[in-house]
Structure formats: C-alpha cells, structure tokens
Ligand binder design. Structure first.
Ligand code: PFF
Length: 471
C-alpha cells in the first residue's frame, strides 16, 4: 500500500463544503442555458429520457471513479494520473488523461465565458426595465442587436473572465469555498420562484408534456420526402451523442474538474454518497430550469428549437409581461451568472493546480495566465455570432463556437470519461479502489464495478462510434 497523500493546495473544510463546491461546478450554464436549448432542438421528451439514462448509468459511476482518482492522487489531474500510474505500475500513456483534461477545460472556458458574458449583460438589461411590455419582435431585435456588436460582447466576456480569475487566484479555501457557500443556496431559491411563476401559466402542462412525454420516432428518425414523393426515414444516432455529451458536460465529468475537487476532499467522506447528492442536485436544477422555461415558451407561442439564444429571446418576453417582471428578470439572469461563475472556476482549477505544482507559479499568476489564454480564444466565439457567422467562415457547416462546443462536449469529455472509467475499473487494483471508496466487497461495490468496467465504457463507445459513423 502506498502512503496516504495530502494536497498542497489545502482541503475543503468539510464533506458538506465539498458537495457544495462540486454542485457549484456541475450546476451552471449547462443546466439553465444549454439543457433547455438542446432539448428544444432535439424534440423534447425522448431526448430527456436518453439524457437521464446516461446520467444514471454513465454519469454516476464515472463521477464516483473521477472523485476516487482525485482523492487517491491528491494533486492536479496531470500529477494525480502520474502518481497513480506509478502506484499501479501502469503504462505511462495513461498520464495523457490529465493533459487532455487541462486542454479541454481551457477550450470550454473560452466559450463558456462568452455566454456567461451574455447573461451578465442581461442582468443590467433586465434591471433597466428594457423588457417591460416588450413584444416578441422587440425582444428578438434587442438580442440580435446585442450580438451584432462584437465590442460590447467582448467587454462582457472580459468582465466575466476577470471575475473567474479573481476567485481562482484566491485559492481553495479563500476563493472557491466562500463563493460556493454563498452562491448555491441563492440559486435554488431563485429557480423555485421561477417555476412558481411558470405554474401560473396556461401552458404549464404543455411545457411538462414536451419535457416528459417521449416521442422516439420524432427524435431518432429523420424523414425526407424524395423527388418521387416517397417519404424516407432513417435512424440517426446524433441526438444520442448530444445527450451523452451533455451528461458529461452538465456533471463536469471527463476533464479533471471533479477530479481536482476530489483531491481536496476530506479523507473520511463517502464518495458514493457525495456523488448521489451532486447528481441529484444537478439533475433537479436542469429539470426545474426546463419546467420554468418551456411553459413560458409555449404560452407565448415561441420557438422551442431557437438554439443558443433560446433563453435570451424567450424569457425576456415573459419578464416583460408578468407582474414584477423587472425584478424577476434581474434575479433570473443574476442566478445564471452565479451558476456560471462557480462552474467556470472549476474549468481552470486543474490547469492552475498543475502550474502551481510543477512550475512553482503563484496561484495568482497561474490564474491570470490561463484566464488570458482562454480569453483570447474566446474572441473566436464572440465573433461566431456576428463578423464570422457567415458560411464562408464555417467548417463542416459550423461556426467557431459550434466547433468548440461539438469538440469538447461531444468528443473530448466522453473520451476522457471513457478512459477514467477504464482506469478506475481495470487498471486500479480492487484493494485500492475499495480502500478509497471506504467500501467492502458488497452489493454497492459490485454494482459500481460492473458499471464502470463494462456498462459505461460500452455505452459510451457504442453511442460515440455510432454517431461518428464508424458502427
Ligand atoms: N457543468 C458545467 C455546466 O453544466 O454548466 C460546465 C462544466 C464545468 C463542464 C466544469 C465541465 C467542467 F469540467
């Protein structure tokens, strides 16, 4: 047995704070901005069901695996993987997992900060009363006008990136912990208020229907009428890949964020129990966001498949029409910024922890370095919605933002997760994983082991290879 390690970056002061921090990482734009718009684009209920299955069969066991590796290694993902490779005398190529995570986190942060900047701008817009009494057209025009001015979008992106760097620079105890203790409870309360409002709308049940009654044909068969007037339908695995990728994205899995948070986890806390709490909270927030947003979409005759602008083009109409809308609108976008903030800090923490460990950098310099690099790449996303939105600037029909989103959520995170599962299930010795999970060889451990060794890797591989056309 190897000696127990401890983290040079400090530790969460309690099990509860670890859960809050991990929930802070998991709950973010993914739940409130992305989940509703990809659900809208992918036809609703059946997509949601596949997403929930991915969460249960893939997300839960892989989150346990990722926290387990982090707490065992007690360092940045790169060094954690290096140490575990030595402990288990595994092939050094496994260390690449840590590197992949650092790169993925940096790529995600670049566009994440831009979208969070949109939300930040909308806090002030809502507070100024710009939505009061506005029609669907004026709201759409406001959003288009906002996106078409790259300099102001860039300014909001910059402000959000600075906010992220400040918290990361202050470190685990000083920065992250204070932020999450205050952010998370506020978020839950604000979301409940919004669902309360949605319940008062005539289209509440229509919204629920859209979210929860699965229509598999609509989602998985794409039909076209041929020149001869015959309707031809074919199966498409793409929504499945989007649901799988989103399960990783929303739970912050597959890139070392949860691993690095796990490395600050107190030794006596149960990893499995913490995982259930984190997954339950994350899923609840996404479903609540859907329950708040879709009734508003339907009661105003809006487009569910509007894309990344969905919440910005639809919700302001509702805020403009409802009593107290100026107040609720401001709160809503504030909530979104808080949620994004506590996620963004976890996106660069793996890289910052590594720069501190291996390059003797101060946290402040490491946070600034990573933040500035991600900020520069983020300019590509800022321009994806204006100067570079045209077809001549697209690759495979995708803008820079679309490419970054597709590459990270649908490819890099599932691949990272697959290798995390394989490492925890096949490479790490059973005695090491049982010891770290504080479990005996009972039902719980056996179920996890089955899921992480066979079921999750197989499901990830099948969905992945099917969608990219290999099987
Ligand atoms: N889970 C975050 C969200 O749902 O918004 C996004 C995210 C954070 C993804 C951290 C990945 C990550 F490592």
């Amino acid at each position: 047995m190897t000696e127990k390690r401890s983290s040079i970056h400090g530790q969460w002061s309690s099990r509860f704070i670890f859960i809050l921090a991990a929930v802070g990482s998991a709950v973010g734009l993914g739940n409130i901005w992305k989940f509703p718009y990809i659900t809208g684009e992918n036809g609703g209920g059946a997509f949601v069901l596949v997403y929930l299955v991915c969460i249960a069969l893939i997300g839960v066991p892989i989150m346990i695996a990722e926290i387990l590796l982090g707490r065992r290694g007690r360092q940045s993902p790169i060094n954690t993987m290096r140490s575990l490779v030595q402990d288990e005398q595994a092939h050094p190529a496994w260390s690449l997992l840590g590197w992949g995570g650092v790169i993925t986190g940096f790529l995600i942060l670049s566009y994440y900060s831009v979208i969070a900047g949109w939300a930040l701008a909308y806090v002030f817009r809502a507070a100024s009363g710009a939505f009061n009494g506005a029609t669907a057209e004026t709201i759409a025009a406001q959003f288009d006008g906002f996106l078409s001015a790259p300099l102001s979008v860039l300014a909001w992106h910059s402000i959000f990136m600075v906010m992220t760097m400040v918290v990361v620079a202050r470190g685990v105890r000083g920065g992250l912990e204070k932020a999450v203790t205050f952010l998370m409870p506020a978020l839950f309360v604000l979301l409940l208020v919004l669902v309360g409002y949605a319940m008062s709308l005539g289209a509440f049940s229509e919204g629920l229907d859209f979210l929860f009654s699965p229509n598999f044909e609509k989602v998985f068969y794409h039909c076209e009428v041929t020149a001869a007037g015959v309707e031809q339908c074919r199966f498409t695995g793409e929504p499945m890949l989007v649901a799988l990728g989103h399960a990783f994205f929303t739970l912050s899995l597959g890139m070392g964020a949860i691993m690095v948070y796990g490395s600050y986890m107190p030794a006596n806390a149960s990893i499995a129990r913490a995982t259930f709490a984190i997954v339950a909270a994350d899923t609840a927030v996404a479903l609540l966001a859907g329950m708040a947003i879709f009734p508003i979409v339907f009661s105003n005759g809006l487009e569910a498949a509007a894309g990344p602008g969905l919440i910005f083009q639809t919700l302001p109409i509702a805020f403009g029409a409802m009593p107290g809308g100026q107040f609720f609108g401001t709160l809503f976008f504030l909530l979104l910024v808080f949620a994004a903030w506590s996620s963004a800090i976890s996106l660069i923490e793996p890289a910052v922890a590594w720069l501190v460990e291996n390059h003797g950098m101060k946290r402040v310099s490491a946070a600034v370095l990573m933040g500035v690099l991600a900020w520069i790449l983020g300019i590509g996303t800022v321009l994806s919605f204006n100067l570079l939105s045209g077809e001549e600037f697209q690759l495979f029909g995708k803008t820079i933002f679309d490419l970054l989103d597709y590459l990270t959520a649908n490819i890099l995170l599932p691949l990272g997760g697959l290798f995390i599962a394989l490492f925890a299930g096949w490479i790490m010795s059973r005695s090491a994983s049982m010891d770290e999970l504080r479990m005996r060889d009972g039902m719980g451990y056996k179920t996890w082991s089955l899921l992480v060794r066979y079921i999750s890797p197989l499901l990830v591989a099948i969905v992945f290879f099917n969608a990219i056309g290999i099987i």
